[in-house]
Write a protein that binds this ligand. Structure first.
Ligand code: NAP
Length: 490
């Protein structure tokens, strides 16, 4: 450690990439510390995933009062599970209330970050440049749409778009609509459109387990109670119902043989058996893999939606797309006016395709040649003063990513304090620390329910869950204080 001769810095100069939930959080926290920062956002609005996803039925399946910043509770949520536009509005308001908007450069896409001579040199796609002590990558996880490789897709004569590229000008009522994909997105879209389409075909490659939930409306009386006493909000977001549920769910996913997992399996199985009356349809909808292997889908109304007479679940293989619609391998043609691709994301990209070059020319694509990873999901050897929020190996599941990002920020901030206090000018995890973390993580990840035998975006290219494999409490403990012996300080 070179530190003692360094002077404390008045303030750090930081670049945050992305003005979604995590980027706004970083901005708020850096502002509190008096650091200098800019947020580069390639879009024209804040909100990240909530700006990009505008499909009908969009709802967050984490309780709204838990899907808020801990320091900015929102008494105005209209429902237990908030609709997407309300969440977007929340982030817009936060950007104003916390004075973050003036720090954001919209329409500014970062193309490359190169570390040399102790600084990050940032190049934007318009050719402009910037220099910073620290880069915070708040670039999101599910950001790059995955378009299916189906022959003839371009030949379709109707409207066709990915779920994140929703075209509001395309009419929906009374039309023949096809939805490919039945992850959380496809299920929400089908549930919302089943009452509007004249015919709705849901193309299902693998069935999904569905966790039944109730989404209740908050009355004006409820909202008044939330406004007048924050303890009514705290009872939801910090209460036993929510955290007890998180801990039970967490115990289930990290131990596939746990009683908690058996409880989830019993609930989703009962939901299927009791909600779907037609035996043929029930068998179409019955997965052959274990519940929660793919991200568990929470839905109040999917089974009701697919039992409407105008809805058809297509389970056969797609042969090709033709101008009139989707042709199945058995020759059936589903004639359609609109085809929605709810086919997910390239979940392994993280900060890429940005070019990230670390110390001595280290290339992130090479560092991530086997799989994207980061020590405790936050820092990468040879990439000093680069910190990731919701980076690879962070907890995923049916949790609030806001809570995860806030805990990660508390950890990052302690590392930034080393820079602020002049204890070092560069900090990154060591290679040994990352190797040890990955060895332990991969061993544990193989035994989680995510690794129990299904396809999902949780898995890396080698079929190993790219996730935090231990308990949420262990994550909270890990984030409470960095173990400095695992870091290289220069
Ligand atoms: P996803 O879970 O990755 O699902 C993609 C779907 O597309 C799967 O059903 C997949 O089938 C299907 N698919 C992909 N390529 C296909 C092809 N060539 N032919 C036929 N089917 C194909 O994506 P997502 O539904 O967008 O959800 C991603 C994640 O976003 C969720 O897991 C969740 O974390 C998040 N999300 C959250 C909420 C929320 O309420 N909080 C809402 C929406 C999304 P296979 O299963 O057979 O691969």
């Amino acid at each position: 450690m070179a530190g003692t001769e360094l002077e404390p810095r008045d303030r750090l100069r930081c670049v945050i990439i992305g003005a979604g939930m995590a980027g706004l959080l970083a901005g708020i926290r850096l502002k509190e510390k008096g650091d200098q920062f800019v947020i580069y956002e390639k879009g024209d609005k804040v909100g990240g995933t909530w700006r990009e996803n505008r499909y009908p039925g969009l709802t967050c399946d984490v309780p709204a009062h838990a899907y808020t910043y801990s320091f900015a509770p929102n008494p105005e949520w209209s429902q237990f599970y908030a609709p997407g536009p309300e969440i977007q509005h929340y982030f817009e308001r936060i950007a104003d209330d916390y004075g973050i908007r003036e720090h954001i450069r919209f329409g500014a896409e970062v193309a490359a970050c190169r570390y040399f001579e102790g600084l990050w040199h940032i190049t934007l796609s318009d050719g402009s440049t910037d220099v910073a002590d620290v880069v915070i990558a708040a670039t999101g996880v599910l950001h790059h749409p995955r378009t299916p490789d189906i022959p003839g897709l371009d030949s379709f004569a109707g409207d066709c778009f990915h779920s994140t590229r929703w075209d509001d000008t395309v009419p929906l009522d009374g039309r023949r609509i096809g939805v490919i994909g039945n992850g959380s997105t496809g299920v929400q879209i089908v549930s919302a459109l089943s009452e509007r389409a004249s015919r709705l075909v849901h193309f299902q490659r693998s069935p999904q387990w569905i966790m039944p939930v109730q989404n209740f409306i908050y009355s004006e009386t409820d909202r008044h109670a939330f406004r007048s006493d924050v303890s009514n909000i705290d009872a939801i977001r910090f209460g036993q119902d929510y955290w007890g549920g998180i801990r039970r769910f967490n115990a289930a996913i990290i131990d596939a043989d746990s009683p908690e997992m058996a409880e989830i399996e019993a609930i989703v199985l009962r939901n299927l058996e009791e909600s779907v009356t037609d035996p043929e349809l029930r068998e179409k909808l019955r997965p052959s893999y274990r519940a929660a292997c793919k991200r568990l889908i929470y839905s109040p109304n999917y089974y009701a939606a697919v039992q409407r007479p105008n809805v058809f679940i297509e389970t056969g293989p797609i042969e090709r797309v033709e101008p009139e619609g989707v042709r199945m391998r058995d020759g059936t043609l589903h004639a359609l006016d609109l085809l929605v691709l709810a086919t997910g994301f390239h979940a392994d990209r993280f900060v890429r395709p940005m070019i990230m070059t670390g110390r001595d020319g280290a290339d992130l694509n090479q560092a991530w040649a086997v799989r994207p990873t980061a020590y405790y999901a936050i820092t990468i050897p040879d990439f000093p003063n680069l910190f990731l929020l919701n980076g690879p190996t962070a907890p995923v599941g049916n949790f609030s990513l806001i809570d995860i990002a806030e805990r990660q920020w508390a950890y990052i901030d302690q590392l930034l304090d080393l820079l602020r206090q002049g204890q070092c000018s560069a900090v990154a995890a060591s290679h040994d620390a990352l190797a040890d973390y990955e060895e332990r993580r991969i061993t544990a990840a193989r035994h989680t329910i995510f690794g129990s035998g299904c396809t999902s975006w949780y898995l890396d290219a080698h079929g190993v869950p790219l996730t935090w494999p231990w308990s949420y409490d262990r994550f909270a403990e890990a984030m409470a204080a960095p173990k400095l012996s695992d870091f290289e300080l220069a």
